[in-house]
Design a binder for this molecule. Sequence first.
Ligand SMILES: NC(=O)c1ccc[n+]([C@@H]2O[C@H](COP(=O)([O-])OP(=O)(O)OC[C@H]3O[C@@H](n4cnc5c(N)ncnc54)[C@H](OP(=O)(O)O)[C@@H]3O)[C@@H](O)[C@H]2O)c1
Length: 214
Amino acid sequence: MIIVITGAGSGLGRELAKVYAEGNDLILIGRSLEKLEETKREIEGAKSINCISCDITNPQSVENLKEKIKHIHNFVDILINNAGVGIFGPIEDMEYKDIDTVIDTNVKGTIYVTKVLMPMIKEKIMNIISTAGLRGKVNESVYCASKFAIRGFSESLLKELEGRIKVVAVYMGGMDTPFWNNTDHVKDKSRFKSPREVALKIKELDDGRCEIVI
Ligand SMILES: NC(=O)c1ccc[n+]([C@@H]2O[C@H](COP(=O)([O-])OP(=O)(O)OC[C@H]3O[C@@H](n4cnc5c(N)ncnc54)[C@H](OP(=O)(O)O)[C@@H]3O)[C@@H](O)[C@H]2O)c1
């Protein structure tokens, strides 16, 4: 299978790449090629691994991504929309640029990549959301808004693509990843799951259902 994973240079994306590697052709997407190459070095058992730099918030970069993928493969079996960012705080303190970054990455980035690759996708779209797409949380209003948006996007695609392409929405709680590096929003990460554990659980539950809640 040919699997495209966004945000594969760290955290959950990196672990998903490792967990879904066996016998498959992987295309790893992120802005930093260095991080993607590091992921590539950690992967075992893949048929092939290609790393492509793309800023998913930039339409031209996403169009270029499609062309680069077309040079490698004629189609894609699975798209995993995993890339995402979190910026937290009381709404009155959120800066415009931070609101834009969260919405542009989590909402528009996911939509752009899906729209552009849609004609090439054969089997499945998996959207990594969060429990922040199920419930509102204190000081996470913008992040939750972005994840609720992708929940709506996923549910709509599920209906729009019924009988043609599977759509699976994944909702998980906190994971100990670089996602939290630039924030003190969470003080104690000791109860967070490891991204490896979550990636393994996703693979285990990825059996045709349209929703995975971890
Ligand atoms: N960590 C948690 O507690 C948690 C919980 C629930 C859900 N999630 C969700 O899980 C997903 C993965 O997060 P994570 O925890 O693994 O965080 P992470 O380690 O920070 O990974 C996010 C990845 O997204 C990529 N990315 C960010 N902006 C991008 C852009 N404009 N274009 C392309 N790639 C971009 C980053 O790579 P580059 O910087 O190289 O672009 C990075 O590798 C996110 O959607 C997040 O919202 C996380």
